[in-house]
Design a protein around this ligand. Structure first.
Ligand code: SAH
Ligand code: SF4
Length: 360
């Protein structure tokens, strides 16, 4: 099924003409979608009624159906679970900040990487999302922000982070096609700055190398979580294939080629990876690859997930760990835990839809 989101500007014109409509209708439709964020052709009143119906049927079959919605942080965090046409469920999380809105989206239904501290990893991979399914999450958030249906002022998505369910670099082509549309200027795409797009990866080295060569200034985040192979083999099973040294080299190469500072994600787990010696090793591993301009560490207090034997570090260990990195001059920030009480924070997305909403 062809969806408007998945077509290039030229393909849209060709599609419109093939449907027997004049070419200028393509631009009209795109302005509704990408300028005004109207997703239902029934609202395109500058199109004749019969044409609205044809447009809806041909190019706007909804890729996602809302399965549930939860809000937290006084309405500033909204987690939506979506059902796909085959019944798979994915989630996206909108976080409203003072000056910008950030949308965290899924790239796969489930994830095959099996990181034991991550809820998504526990269910395995169901399937890759299509570019259209990835983009539909953004389209929905933009529509909600523009319509003013959310608490707070109407807004626009300024940042899109691939930190929801799935490993984006394991679904490379669909993710890259989606990013192409995300950064395509309005009215042919969403017109979001490439710098506002973040791909978070567990460290698939060949795909990181490929991404470096794309010439796209998107931000790369590497989920490292341990600076040594012995521990990382356990926390991030794919480390058995791509070792710490290789993933850090690939991250450094990304920074070198794109001139974009890479973000190193480090979920702090009590008595597992929060020791002073590990902070020192981390600092050393990063510093030996370049001066501090290439990298920045983002410490994430571990979010609780069902069945996990690990817990977050104490506040004191968190402070000590960060201070230790700072003493070594590592640029470091601590990630907030938005959405934690609705299982909407990092690593908590497992698409648990309340049974009554599953229609069972
Ligand atoms: N698969 C990609 C992107 C999705 S996960 C990746 O792993 O990078 C997004 C981020 O959440 C990653 O940095 C991941 O390591 C982190 N994460 C997973 N489980 C977590 C948890 N329980 N607490 C805190 N962060 C977690
Ligand atoms: Fe997959 Fe990322 Fe979770 Fe690991 S942390 S299981 S790569 S989603």
């Amino acid at each position: 099924m062809t969806h408007w989101f998945g077509l290039t500007a030229a393909q849209r014109v060709a599609e419109v003409e093939a449907a027997g409509l004049p070419a200028f209708r393509a631009g009209q439709i795109s302005r509704h979608v990408f300028e005004r964020h109207e997703l239902d052709p029934a609202d395109y009143t500058d199109l004749p009624l019969a044409m609205r119906e044809l447009v809806a049927k041909r190019w706007f079959a909804p890729p996602l159906t809302l399965a549930s919605e939860l809000t937290a942080d006084k309405g500033r965090t909204v987690k939506r679970a979506w059902r796909l046409h085959d019944g798979a469920v994915i989630e996206s999380v909108l976080m409203r900040y003072l000056r910008r809105d950030t949308l965290c989206i899924s790239s796969q239904a489930g994830c095959g990487m099996g990181c034991p501290f991550c809820a998504t990893g526990q269910g395995g991979l169901q399937r890759n999302l299509t570019d259209v399914e990835i983009l539909a999450q953004l389209a929905d958030a933009e529509a909600a922000l523009v319509s003013g249906s959310l608490p707070g002022k109407p807004g626009r998505v300024g940042n899109v982070v691939f930190m929801g369910m799935g490993e984006p670099l394991a679904n490379y082509n669909a993710v890259m096609t989606a990013i192409g549309q995300i950064i395509e200027p309005v009215p042919n795409g969403w017109g979001i700055s490439a710098r506002g797009v973040t791909i978070s990866t567990v460290g698939l080295v060949p795909a990181m190398v490929r991404l470096s060569a794309e010439g796209l200034p998107v931000t790369l985040a590497l989920s490292l979580h341990a600076p040594d192979d012995e521990l990382r083999d356990e926390l991030v099973p794919v480390n058995k294939r791509f070792k710490v040294a290789e993933v850090l080299d690939a991250a450094w190469n990304y920074a070198r080629v794109t001139k974009r500072r890479v973000s190193i994600e480090y979920a702090l787990i009590r008595d597992v990876n929060d020791q002073a010696a590990r902070a020192d090793t981390l600092a050393r591993e990063l510093r030996k690859r370049g001066d501090w301009a290439w990298v920045h560490v983002n410490v994430i207090p571990l979010n609780p997930t069902p069945g996990s034997r690990w817990t977050a570090s104490t506040a004191q260990s968190l402070t000590d760990f960060v201070a230790r990195l700072e003493r070594a001059h590592v640029p470091v920030t601590v990630r907030d835990t938005r959405g934690r009480d609705i299982d909407g924070a990092c690593g908590q997305l497992a698409a648990t839809v309340p049974p009554d909403e599953l229609g069972t």
